[in-house]
Ligand binder design. Structure first.
Ligand SMILES: NC(=O)c1ccc[n+]([C@@H]2O[C@H](COP(=O)([O-])OP(=O)(O)OC[C@H]3O[C@@H](n4cnc5c(N)ncnc54)[C@H](O)[C@@H]3O)[C@@H](O)[C@H]2O)c1
Length: 388
């Protein structure tokens, strides 16, 4: 079996996907690029001491020994890095969201059309057991024709995920409806088989942001022992140096509370809520069709199915336990067991074992532009915005 050599651009948080690629036989994490010396040093120490490393990502693109490039840098860098990587002729894995503007999404789309079949988008939620089960039930016709979708995303520990670093500034992410919401919007598109044509939204910055100095870091703050935002456990101890700035600092300008409506191309109505200061963390999806409805419960790890019958039917007809598909330990690995699977598919794509990227670039564009339209709406009084 030919060795697949990967180069990763952006070696911190999500760059640690190398953990899963390393476990695949015949995969070598051969190179890494990052502007942070700290990220490079950790990559050399934890992943591969013999890897080629550089601070200039273009050095990876000119290397003939690399088969695939992984782009795990902040969102506003995806467009230029992904288009350049595609033009170098290599396979490319791009983290979500695809990009932070319609123009950037279109630039990537055009580059991917010049290099067909080479770009895969990191919508790992498509591999989560509850999403797979819901898709299977819909495709099997269990709930008939979908007419309504209601989604609630409770982003617990939102400050840890998004407000201590670059994510909290609009110029870097466009909107948390892209950074976070593009996952959910993609799942809605994927399960229904339809995409957004109109969006309207309201949103505000209710908890985070304020007048603290942009350079104030939690470890140096007088309130560090009483402020719950500085006390939350950090996601990964190795991320500490980066995710430390006060969530109440001046530069924070991205909404933490969103309520959106989306209309899909076949008339399906979607309501979508995303809040970054809930105590609990989970996603709750409901798809309602002409013959019944399904709903997941991420805390219970279940998907429930109700059928329309003669009369009221409060109790689910079937309850599917996701712990029957994966163990609790597997569900707790990388987004409900999804990350090892999406990483494996990228290698299968490079090896030619699958011909088309399982998560196509068009899906990345549909999700991103729906989020951008909703962001535009909330900045313009909640008007309905056409999504081209
Ligand atoms: N699919 C998922 O579930 C998932 C989860 C988390 C993050 N992500 C995505 O992964 C991407 C990275 O997020 P993160 O949380 O890992 O961020 P991060 O801040 O932890 O890491 C980003 C890394 O990119 C490096 N970088 C910045 N500019 C660079 C440049 N010009 N050249 C090379 N390296 C550069 C930084 O130094 C840092 O090491 C984002 O697009 C995010 O949306 C996806």
């Amino acid at each position: 079996m030919k060795t697949v050599n990967l180069g990763i651009i952006g070696l911190n948080g999500r760059g640690r996907l190398w953990n899963y690629w390393k476990q695949i036989e015949g995969v070598n994490i051969a190179a890494g690029a990052d502007i942070s010396r700290d990220s490079i040093d950790k990559f050399l120490k934890l992943c591969n001491p013999d890897a080629f490393v550089t601070e200039n990502y273009r050095d990876l693109l000119s290397r003939s020994d690399l088969d695939g490039i992984v782009v795990t840098t902040p969102d506003y860098l995806h467009a230029k890095m992904v288009t350049a990587a595609l033009e170098s002729g290599k396979f490319v894995y791009c983290e979500k969201p695809l990009a932070v503007s319609v123009k950037e999404c279109d630039d990537i789309l055009e580059a991917s059309r010049r290099h067909p079949g080479k770009l895969m988008i990191g919508f790992n939620m498509r591999y989560m057991p509850f999403v797979c089960k819901m898709k299977e039930l819909v495709d099997n016709g269990e709930i008939g024709e979908i007419k309504a979708v209601w989604v609630r995303h409770f982003v617990g520990m939102g400050s840890n995920y998004y407000y201590h670093d670059w994510h909290a500034n609009k110029r870097n992410v466009g909107s948390l409806l892209l950074q976070k919401g593009s996952h959910d919007i993609d799942v809605i598109h994927y399960i229904t088989g339809h995409h957004t044509v109109k969006a309207a939204a309201f949103g505000s910055l209710d908890i985070f942001g304020g007048d603290q100095d942009n350079k104030l870091a939690c470890p140096d703050c007088d309130l560090k022992d009483s402020c719950i935002e500085s006390q939350m456990p950090l996601l990964n101890p190795d991320n500490k140096p980066e995710r430390k700035y006060c969530v109440f600092r001046k530069e924070v300008n991205i909404q933490d509370n969103y309520t959106c409506l989306f209309l899909l191309d076949n008339g399906i109505k979607v309501s979508y809520n995303e809040c970054h200061f809930t105590p609990d963390y989970h996603r709750n999806y409901t798809f309602i069709g002409t013959k019944g409805r399904i709903e997941n419960n991420e805390i219970e790890s279940t998907v429930k199915l109700w059928k329309r019958k003669n009369g009221r039917n409060d109790q689910p007809d079937q309850v599917f336990d996701m712990l029957n598909t994966l163990t609790r330990e597997q569900l707790e690995i990388g987004h409900g067991g999804a990350d090892p699977k999406i990483c494996a598919d990228f290698i299968r794509l490079i090896r030619g074992e699958i011909k088309e990227p399982p998560v196509p670039v068009e899906a990345g564009r549909y999700a991103a532009i729906a989020g951008l339209a909703a962001q535009y709406s909330l900045e313009h009084g909640g008007i309905a915005v056409d999504v081209k």
